[in-house]
Design a protein. Structure first.
Length: 345
């Protein structure tokens, strides 16, 4: 499955318009022009990936300034639902991506219900769109993280070197998730888990395609940067009174920077969920899933291939040889086209 096939129709049109603008008349061979072009495309892709989260954060700030406290939770829930529907209707998000967002929504809502009941943070006790004391829009905040993760995976055509085995990542992610609950009753293992995450991804590199440039970045650095930006967004949300921590009960003040560790661990859960739906791909296009999954996929491909070569085509060695030669040449042309005319999104 190519990146182009995962893009929405709207993104394809934006891609064509952006390419005409960036490549108008000549290629950006000058170093300064090249750097500026790549920087602008990087910013545009990041902004596009953050669409749902940015709109939801803006809605929180506007509701804080304009909506009475008693109606704020319900207004935010309705707004979040409308934003999610609009993302699909206007072609800003695919149905496959929506599945990931809903998965994040369910995982996050379960955590929210528990955390509010043990007093980790509190919401305004108002509204009717509430489940077990938690406003329904709270799950959309985790959905915004999922939306960003899956969109950035596609928009930047991410590829991975030395990606950990999926089952090991799943075990670590499950332990991280359980620790968010269990540290209220037993010893908090977050820093042990942080060390396990560092060891797990210590050698993993991420290939990030911007416009014409492909950059290599350690996955740990990428997860740390995302955790930092979530912490910034968290400060905006708590300022807007969406929720508050016990230390903010008397007056608002910035969330402690140590919270970044929790968000970094959340990134591990996020990466595990996204690569469960979109398997991690290596730089050469190789599937980075467990060997058993690759064997099943290869066996299926061979079976399909054997069915296609039945009868007269299979009996004609010249036709079979020509087909193989044509397929190889076609693959080379496709690979070259992908490098030269790779879609922006």
């Amino acid at each position: 499955m190519t990146v182009r096939s995962l893009s929405t129709a709207v993104e394809h049109r934006i891609d064509l318009a952006a390419r005409r603008m960036l490549d108008a008349g000549h290629q950006p061979h000058r170093p300064v022009r090249l750097v500026v072009t790549e920087f602008l495309v990087f910013g545009a892709k990041q902004a596009w990936a953050c669409t749902f989260g940015a709109l939801l954060l803006a809605a929180m700030a506007i509701a804080h300034l304009t909506v009475p406290v008693g109606a704020r939770n319900d207004v935010l829930t309705v707004t979040a639902v409308l934003l999610q529907v609009a993302m699909l209707v206007f072609g800003l998000e695919t149905v496959r991506e929506l599945r990931v967002v809903l998965l994040f929504h369910l995982v996050g809502t379960a955590m929210e219900v528990f955390k509010t009941h043990v007093g980790s943070w509190t919401y305004e006790p108002s509204g009717v769109l509430v489940v077990l004391g938690v406003p329904l829009f709270s799950g959309f905040m985790y959905g915004a993280v999922g939306s960003y993760m899956v969109r950035v995976y596609r928009l930047f055509d991410l590829r991975f070197e030395r990606y950990p085995r999926q089952w090991i990542l799943a075990v670590v992610a499950a332990l991280v998730y359980l620790n968010f609950f269990g540290h209220h009753f037993v010893w908090d293992a977050r820093y042990v888990l942080l060390g396990a995450v560092a060891l797990l991804f210590a050698r993993t590199m991420m290939h990030v395609r911007i416009h014409r440039t492909v950059l290599r970045m350690p996955v740990l650095v990428a997860m740390g940067l995302v955790a930092l930006f979530i912490w910034f967004a968290e400060n905006v949300a708590t300022w807007a009174g969406v929720w508050s921590y016990p230390a903010q009960a008397a007056a608002w003040h910035p969330v402690a920077p140590t919270k970044i560790v929790a968000w970094l661990l959340l990134m591990v859960i996020s990466v595990a969920l996204v690569t469960w739906v979109y398997p991690a791909i290596g730089p050469g296009g190789a599937d980075r899933r467990c060997p058993a999954a690759r064997v099943r996929q290869t066996a299926g491909a061979r079976s399909a291939g054997s069915r296609r070569l039945r009868g007269g085509r299979a009996a004609d060695p010249h036709r079979l040889a020509a087909s193989r030669s044509s397929g190889t040449a076609s693959a080379r042309r496709e690979s070259s086209a992908f490098r030269d005319r790779a879609p922006l999104g």
